[in-house]
Each structure stands twice: as C-alpha cells, then as structure tokens.
Design a protein around this ligand. Structure first.
Ligand SMILES: *[C@@H]1O[C@H](CO)[C@@H](O)[C@H](O)[C@H]1NC(C)=O
Length: 410
C-alpha cells in the first residue's frame, strides 16, 4: 500500500461507495466487509457491470470460482483465504492497467437473498508519467545531447571558433608549430605578419622582399613559414628551439595588397621551464641549451645564477677572469658553440648549495637579445644506501678543459 497512501484520494460518494485514483503498475486492495460468517453458503462476487463477462473475482465456500472471470483480470486478483470466515471480502488487484478504471461492485449472495450489493468502489488508473512529462523528458535528453555534441565539436575545432589557440611544449623541443589557419579563401598576394607578446616582429611572409631587417634578432634563424599551395589557408609558423622566453601570445595578421587586415588570429604558447635534477656526488651536470647554429661572431653568452656571473663567453672564447669566484674552475662550455648552437653549460661536481635558477642570455655587439633560457637546477642530498652515481653529462660531447685561472682551490 506504500505510496498509495500519498496518491489515493478517497471520496465517499455514498455510504458504501468510494473513488480512488491510482497509477499504472500499482496494486490496490478494494475494500469490502460483510458478516458472511453469519450466512448459509455465501458467495462473494466482485464485478464490473460495464464489462462482459462482468465477473472480476468470485469466492464461494469451496474457494475461488474463476470460470466466469473476465480475462482482463486473469492472475491479477486475490482475496484472503479466510475471507468468508472473517467477513473481510477485500479484493487485492495487482499490476493495475489503464483499462482497470471503472466501478467495482462487491456483492454477496446467499440462500436468503439472490444478491446484495455491499460496496461500490470507483477506480481511476492514471499513467505514472503523463505524456507531457514524457515529452519534457525527451526534450531535456535531446538538449543535453546537443550541448554535449556542441562541446565536443568546440573543443575539436576550437581553432576555427575561438581567436586564441593554446599550444604547450616541453623545454628541449626542437620546434613548435604555431597554428594559423583559415577556411576563408585568401587572395594570392597576401602579407602575413607574426608578432610576439612584446610586438616584436617574429616573421614576415613573404620574407626578404621589402624589409628583411625588420625581424627581431631574437627570432632570426628560428622561424619558418611554408606557404603550401595545396593548403592555401594554412599560415602556421614553425618556431625552432622554443624556450621559456618565448612563452606568451603570438599574433598572426594577414593583410591584402592594399594593407587592409583580412584576418587576425592569436596563439598562446607555453614553453615549460627546463628543470634538471641531479644527486650530489655526480661528476658533473649539464644545464642544457640548444638553439639554432650560425650565431654571429660578435655574440656574447652569459650564464648567471640569481646574482652571480657563472660563465661568460665572448670574442670566441671563455672569459674565466670575469666569472664569480664561486664557479671558478667548475664550468665548461662546448667547442664551436656559435656554429652548433649548443650553448649548454657543464657544471662540475654540483653541490646541494648549487640548487637554484640559472639563466642564459645571448647578446650581439649592440646588446640586442638574441636568445634566452632559464634552467632550474636541483642538486639533491646523496641518499646513503646508493653507491652508484649518475653522470647525466653527455660524455661524447665534452670538450677540452677551459683555460682556467691559477686559483683552483675553491
Ligand atoms: C496484494 O498483492 C500484492 C502483489 O502480490 C502484494 O504485494 C500485497 O501485499 C497484497 N496486498 C494485500 C493487502 O494482501
């Protein structure tokens, strides 16, 4: 009877009649009481006179008599086994259907009367979920599906919908592609300009034509934009050897011959800061910095920690007399570094106190910044039970010892 208590509205139509509202699938006990135990050979019949045959359930002394039962009620009705002895003639009707709506009459027949109508119960069975609720549910489900699909499409094709595209790359990557694509048909004679967060000129297409000197030295030799005739809308830029210094928003602007902007897109580049971890006791550690080769001859390379000069390379050689006492005799750079672009610094016998932030700055003679990178070094305390040490230095590329100052006692 559980939830019926909530849904049932009992309205007494007359002394012996009542109306009940129920929902599909419920079961319900149609109430009827009569002192049948006082009668001689009683028969109880539950009927619906609007149906034919009208018998819903019949009980007599011998038990249930369901020969004349309307097939609608087959296996769905039951009465207490001791109904005739107790006088509780209630009918349990299960698995209610919409077609069960109607008036149920409980009548008793005995040797004395032909038939006595004891109770009438009006039953109204409703759909548990009315059609408008079903429609609403379907609409909601559809809405959720549409939202999900839109979300997936947006994520997938965000470069076409959103102005800012995000690219993330590891420190040490050889190159990164900054996408700039358009589905619009572009005329043949366009000019494309890539600029960085500080409005420095990163790349111009077609390059070399009018102002070859416009590109900032910081990006010289590091950019490449191939206009592919098969993919005319692809103006993506390849940036070689990206470092944390490149992190920021790049803007790709397309102009037509008259200098009007046809399209402007942004790419947010994030280059991870390089992190090196090593255990105290290793022979040496390398602070890696690879960039493009063929740097100008007048290039100066400075490696610094937070407040000291760690290593300086100028006029084609190391400048040990300028480096801080603390690092004397402990640093080394590669040979031919300007040609190869390998500006990595080797720090010998790293100690826990060497842990910190190292920066490499590369300038030309006019003090223009050519390259830059940060390396976070962590030298960990040596673990007691490990007697193996790891040398992460690339031995094959180690070079002749740097000319050092006389004092190597540090
Ligand atoms: C009516 O029948 C249902 C289903 O068999 C049962 O769960 C319920 O207890 C019965 N109700 C009574 C009052 O016997």
């Amino acid at each position: 009877m559980k939830m019926l208590v909530v849904f049932v509205i009992l309205v007494h139509v007359s002394q012996h009649a009542s109306a009940v509202v129920l929902y599909e699938g419920d079961h319900f006990l149609l109430p009827c009481e009569f002192p049948t135990f006082e009668l001689d050979n009683p028969t109880v019949v539950w009927s619906r006179y609007d149906l034919s045959p009208s018998t819903v359930h019949q009980r007599q002394k011998e038990g249930d008599e369901l020969k004349n039962q309307n097939q609608l009620y087959r296996d769905r009705t039951s009465m207490r086994t001791d109904a005739l002895e107790t006088g509780d003639l209630s009918l349990n009707l299960t698995k209610l259907q919409l077609s069960d709506s109607g008036t149920y009459t409980c009548s008793v027949t005995s040797a004395i009367w032909r038939e006595k109508r004891v109770t009438e119960v009006q039953l109204q069975v409703k759909e548990r979920f009315p059609s408008w609720a079903k429609a609403l549910l379907i609409l909601l489900v559809l809405l959720v599906v549409v939202l999900l699909v839109t979300g997936v499409l947006l994520v997938h094709f965000r470069q076409y919908f959103m102005s800012v595209y995000q690219v993330e790359v590891d420190s040490g990557a050889e190159s990164v592609l900054l996408p700039c694509k358009t589905t619009v048909c572009l005329p043949g004679d366009i000019k494309v300009e890539w600029r960085d967060r500080d409005n420095w000129e990163v790349h111009v297409y077609p390059n070399g034509s009018d102002q070859p000197e416009k590109q900032h030295q910081f990006f010289r030799g590091r950019t490449e934009m191939k206009r592919n005739l098969l993919k005319p809308g692809d103006l993506s830029l390849t940036l070689k050897y990206p470092t944390d210094e490149d992190t920021g928003t790049f803007t790709c602007t397309v102009y037509n011959r008259e200098g009007n902007i046809l399209m402007k897109k942004q790419v947010e580049l994030k280059v991870q800061v390089c992190q090196v971890e090593v255990e105290e006791g290793v022979e040496s550690v390398q602070l890696p910095f690879r960039t493009t080769g063929d740097l100008p001859e007048d290039t100066t390379v400075w490696w610094t920690d937070s407040y000291r000069l760690v290593h300086k390379y100028q006029d084609g050689s190391d400048q040990p007399e300028e480096q801080d006492q603390f690092y004397r005799g402990r640093t080394e750079m590669k040979r031919n570094l300007l040609e190869t672009g390998d500006l990595s610094l080797t720090l010998k016998k790293p100690k826990v106190r060497d842990t910190g932030r190292y920066g490499c700055r590369v300038y030309d003679m006019e003090k223009n910044l050519l390259r830059g990178k940060i390396v976070l070094l962590q030298v960990k305390d040596r673990i007691q039970d490990t007697d193996q040490t790891v040398d992460i230095r690339n031995r094959s590329s180690s070079t002749d010892p740097t000319p050092l100052m006389a004092d190597q006692s540090v």
